[in-house]
Design a protein around this ligand. Sequence first.
Ligand code: NDP
Length: 413
Amino acid sequence: MSNADITVYGAHWCPDCRRSKQFLGEHQIPYNWVDIEEDPESEQFVIEKNDGKRIVPTIVFADETFLVEPTNAELAAKLGLRTKASRSHYDLIVLGGGPAGLTAALYTAREAIDTLVIERAAFGGQAAGTEKLDNMPGFPDGVAGIEFSQRLRQQVARFDAELLQAQEIAAIYQQDNYHCVRTTDGSEYSANALLIATGSRYKRLNVQGETDYLGAGVHFCATCDGPFYKGKRVAVIGGGNSATEESLLLTKFADQVTILVRKGEFSATAVIQEKVLSHPKIDVRWFTEVKEFIGKDSKLTQLRIVNNQMGTEENLKMDGAFIFIGLVPNTGFLEGSKILLDRWGFIVSGHAILHGDQRPIGFENRDPLLLETSVPGVFAAGDVRDTSTKQVVSAAGEGSTAALMVREYLKSI
Ligand code: NDP
């Protein structure tokens, strides 16, 4: 058990417990997890708190108050997260509070461009979930992803950008000369310009059992969920930079990490490959694909795997599985908008939007600015953009470039 101020009393089969744990994880809020089915005293405690009823999750806070089966909004309110903006109109609304969005806001707010940032989860994006950023310029010993994110957020706050979190974007639309944003709680905000910096998320395998055991053995974040596998056996699926780096992180907790790679080689950088291949706690299975996640009592116990060269199937006993097979862009909310996307759903920007036969509406008499999308005044930066390099440093760089382009755009309207 960690020394966190929050304790989640739940059971491994309980979907609401998983949702609350995921919410806390996404907001990087440390918590203790107590499975009441493995601890009769805690079960009794929960029953007493709930007037004789055994309701999970029951979440107890540092001030000894508690919430029972809270919604994410109730949790956000209890944790003091700011989820509503103070006004309805801004010069710029930045969608997404990762390195790209926060850097853009830092630049614009510093130049007195009135800026609102809306973030779905916690600030820092995927970078915040990375144990260590080793290639960040200016940090000779590397920097923890969470520390970098917190520093960036503090820096942005110093320049008076308004920051919302735990607010998901439902849609964007244009009304007269304004760009409007609707969040899933029904709030609507407008701005003269928008910057989409919503990043990307981990892809799923889409095999049987994957959804059933989400958070109960199947995971996408080693930093968040790795500590639950102390002394256990875990599998990592994928052969890229994420799979290999996260496997190294998982060796800090698990006794054995088995990487399942569908090809006969990694696609990760050479230096990480070497570390992984020589690590005593890591073994690699090449040409191996997962067919099914199998469990007992709502907990993952086995992976059915197949060797795609031989066609042989077998069941591997595993306590947990971490999937790192690439990224999908967070652009679902752009469905029905006029923002041009590539075939994977990443946003097309700059001169690339002119490659079709017809110029997009609004670009009849001018070329798009750098990082401007097919809707004039809407920009994109970071991992959500089609040709981005998926690096924190580049995302921050694109954020600053987008901010300068937004400044140019705002001068012109
Ligand atoms: P990548 O796209 O780089 O790698 C995905 C891996 O998953 C590949 O090995 C791929 O195999 C495998 N894969 C894809 N689909 C499946 C499937 N259905 N079943 C089994 N395996 C599958 O994704 P990453 O998340 O590793 O990285 C995303 C981006 O972020 C990359 O640009 C990466 O370089 C970058 N990154 C950089 C880091 C750093 O610089 N420190 C750290 C982490 C990520 P196959 O080769 O067969 O397609």
